[in-house]
Design a protein around this ligand. Structure first.
Ligand code: G1P
Length: 296
C-alpha cells in the first residue's frame, strides 16, 4: 500500500468573508500571531510526514508562494545583523516543504480545486487540508492530518475529520451519515453537502481535513455541479463511498475557521496563549477585560 506523502491545499477562494482585508491580501496570508494562516496548515502537513504540498491557487495569490521561497535580501540582512535565531526560522520556512503550485483557472468549487491536483498526485493516495482552517494540537498530540493518515494506513479506506455542530449550523457544512455503533473511526453511510437542517441525517459536519484513496479523482472528473452551482467535493465523496470504504473520525486537535472573523480572532488568542513570550501578558489582558466586562 502507498504511504500518504502528498497533500493538496486548496487556496483559491476569494475570501469574501474577510473583506476589505482580503481585497489585496490572500486570506491564507492573514497573520495568526506572527505567521500567516497557510504556514500553520503547511506545518501540520509536514509534521505528519507529507513531503509534497500541492497548492491550488487562483489569481492574486502569488504572495503565498513567495512566503515559502528564499528571500535573499532579508536572509543576508539578518545574517549581517547577527539575528541568527530569526534567520534560522526564516530558513526553516523555505526548507520545510516542497511546494508545487497549480492554478485553478476558474472558481468552479472545492471538488474542482482538488481535481486540479490530479496530475501532480498521480496514482497515490493523498491528504487534503483546507487552507483557511487551522487545527491546533497540544505539543504532545498528533496533528489532525497525522491522526487521519494513521487511520487511513490502518484501515485502508478514505477518511474525513468530523465535528459536531448545532442542527441549525449543519447547513453551512458537509454532513456525515455514519454507523454509530462502533468506537470510531466510524464507517460512513453517506454524505450530503449543506443540507437543510430538517433534512440533515446528523449534526456531524465535515471539517477541512481529508485523506483519500486515488479513486476520488474518477468521481471528481465526472461530477456535475451541486449546491450553489459548484462542483462539490462532498458529492464526489458520497458517490465514491458507495464503491470504496469511507470513514469519519472526530479529532483531538482544536479547529479554527480562520477565514471567518470570529474564528480568526479566537485562533490568534489560542496561538498567543501557547506562545512563551506572549502568554502571561495576554492572560493578564484577558482576565482584566473579562473582569471589567463582568462589572458592567
Ligand atoms: C467546505 C466543504 C464542506 C465542509 C467545510 C468545512 O465548505 O464543502 O463540506 O464542511 O468546507 O469548513 P465551504 O466552507 O467551502 O463552504
Amino acid at each position: 500500500m502507498h504511504k500518504v506523502k502528498k497533500a493538496i491545499i486548496p487556496a483559491a477562494g476569494l475570501g469574501t468573508r474577510f473583506l476589505p482585508a482580503t481585497k489585496s491580501v490572500p486570506k491564507e496570508m492573514l497573520t495568526i500571531v506572527d505567521a500567516p494562516i497557510i504556514f500553520y496548515v503547511v506545518e501540520e502537513a509536514i509534521s505528519a510526514g507529507i513531503e509534497d504540498i500541492i497548492l491550488i491557487q487562483g489569481r492574486g495569490k502569488s504572495s503565498i508562494e513567495d512566503f515559502f521561497d528564499t528571500s535573499y535580501e532579508l536572509e543576508d540582512r539578518l545574517l549581517k545583523s547577527g539575528q541568527i535565531e530569526l534567520l534560522s526560522r526564516i530558513v526553516r520556512i523555505r526548507e520545510m516543504a516542497n511546494i508545487i503550485s497549480v492554478r485553478q483557472k476558474q472558481a468552479l468549487g472545492l471538488g474542482h480545486a482538488v481535481l486540479c491536483g490530479q496530475r501532480v498526485i498521480g496514482s497515490e493516495p493523498f491528504a487534503v487540508l483546507l487552507g483557511d482552517e487551522i487545527m491546533i494540537s497540544q505539543p504532545n498530540q498528533k496533528s489532525a492530518i497525522g491522526e487521519l493518515i494513521q487511520h487511513y494506513e490502518n484501515l485502508n479506506g478514505s477518511i474525513v475529520g468530523m465535528m459536531q455542530v448545532s442542527q441549525a449550523d449543519i447547513s453551512k457544512y458537509g454532513c456525515i451519515d455514519f454507523e454509530k455503533n462502533s468506537a470510531g473511526p466510524y464507517r460512513i453511510r453517506g454524505l450530503v453537502e449543506k443540507p437543510k437542517p430538517e433534512e440533515a441525517p446528523s449534526n456531524w459536519a465535515i471539517l477541512g481535513r481529508y485523506v483519500f484513496s486515488n479513486g476520488i479523482f474518477d468521481e471528481l472528473s465526472n461530477q456535475t455541479p451541486g449546491i450553489n452551482g459548484e462542483i462539490q467535493l462532498t458529492d464526489a465523496m458520497n458517490r465514491h463511498s458507495r464503491k470504496s470504504p469511507y470513514y469519519a473520525s472526530a479529532l483531538s486537535a482544536k479547529r479554527f475557521d480562520a477565514g471567518d472573523k470570529l474564528g480568526y480572532i479566537k485562533a490568534n488568542i489560542e496561538v498567543g496563549l501557547m506562545h512563551p513570550e506572549l502568554r502571561s501578558g495576554l492572560l493578564q489582558y484577558i482576565r482584566e477585560t473579562a473582569n471589567s466586562l463582568g462589572a458592567k
